[in-house]
Design a protein around this ligand. Sequence first.
Ligand code: HEC
Length: 151
Amino acid sequence: MVCRYCQRIIISLLPLVVSPLAAAEGFVPWQAVGDSIPQPLGGLTGDASRGREIARRKDLGNCLACHRLPIPEAGFQGTVGPPLDGIASRLNAGQIRLRVADESRRIPTTVMPPFHKDPTTLNQVADDYYGKPVLNAQQLEDVVAYLMTLQ
Ligand code: HEC
């Protein structure tokens, strides 16, 4: 039997234990300010070389389906979206974060998929993605870190 007071303490400390795990795996709620998400998701730090890999891989970001990126070893590079070389000289990290998390916030008719949107608000989701964002919070931060190297 745990006393009520102790129970309250345990419950109030629980998010400190659970949220870093949730941040690594699932959807982390974010707050847009204007056209940007100023704070890194879950307070995570991105890794640019992982982000490059995520952007390249067809089973992860698959950004090359629509965008040109300075990834010479990739075969096909799409032209549906704007080229992303030099993107960091046009946009800051917060602006890039919002565009990758959910470009439809800015452009409701965009064909760019939302990569980190609350999965409970999505319809028409492929089975593999059901209940989770396309990129988890760490992967999203990795992609932002990579795009920030493209001056
Ligand atoms: C199905 C096509 C498609 C895919 C896949 C896609 N995008 Fe996009 N993206 C677009 C389009 C189109 C736009 C331009 C916005 C518009 O007009 O809808 C855009 C805009 C952007 C912008 C803003 C560019 C600017 O100059 O304002 C960024 C940043 C971006 N995409 C990053 C990414 C990243 C990173 C990925 C992969 C994780 C990705 N996109 C995957 C189609 C795509």
